[in-house]
Ligand binder design. Structure first.
Ligand code: ZN
Ligand code: ZN
Length: 174
């Protein structure tokens, strides 16, 4: 008889969600901690092999159903209700490019859910505009699932050092 998912769970390395962390960023950390490809995790969740990769790409607007969330909760040790806090609602308008508050990232190395909400243009805590591209080389940021090192994948400028290029909210033209 094959072992149930619940009996496998103690063998998974667990990662604690950061406050306001986005689902893709969390899944990336969980998968790397357990050396799981997105296809492998999809299979463990009894889904088609591309499904986790779809969840990790916000523009695809795919979120897990209740059954998948239950298994994911068993695997990660994170309650379903907490996992749901990482997800966008269906009505949420998303900003296409991946965005960053470098000041937040310097404090907690995470991608925050609210940074991708289309109606939000700045960080409330720091009162600075969000960055949507590397200020040194101008290239777009990688999807948060790939944020392992926390730097521009092209010029390797650390995210935390991009803060000086974040304009104060007051400087935005009306
Ligand atoms: Zn911030
Ligand atoms: Zn760069």
């Amino acid at each position: 008889m094959p072992p149930s998912i619940a009996s496998l769970q103690p063998w998974m390395f667990q990662v604690q969600p950061y406050p306001d962390e986005s689902f893709g960023h969390f899944l990336g950390r969980f998968r790397r901690a357990n050396c799981l490809s997105s296809g492998h995790l999809s299979t463990m969740l009894r889904l088609r092999s591309y499904m986790v990769a779809y969840w990790e790409t916000p523009s695809r607007r795919r979120i897990p159903n209740a059954a998948a969330l239950n298994i994911l909760s068993d695997l990660t040790g994170v309650e379903v209700a907490r996992l749901c806090l990482m997800l966008f609602s269906e009505e949420t308008q998303l900003y296409f490019q991946t965005r960053l508050c470098a000041l937040c990232y310097a404090e907690i190395p995470s991608h925050q859910l609210t940074w991708q909400m289309a109606e939000i243009s700045h960080c409330d805590r720091h009162q600075r505009q969000l960055l949507s591209a590397c200020p040194r080389c101008g290239n777009a940021f990688q999807l948060p699932v790939h944020w392992q090192v926390g730097e521009c994948e092209y010029c390797h400028l650390p995210f935390a050092e991009m803060a000086s290029d974040q304009l104060p909210v007051a400087a935005k033209s009306p």
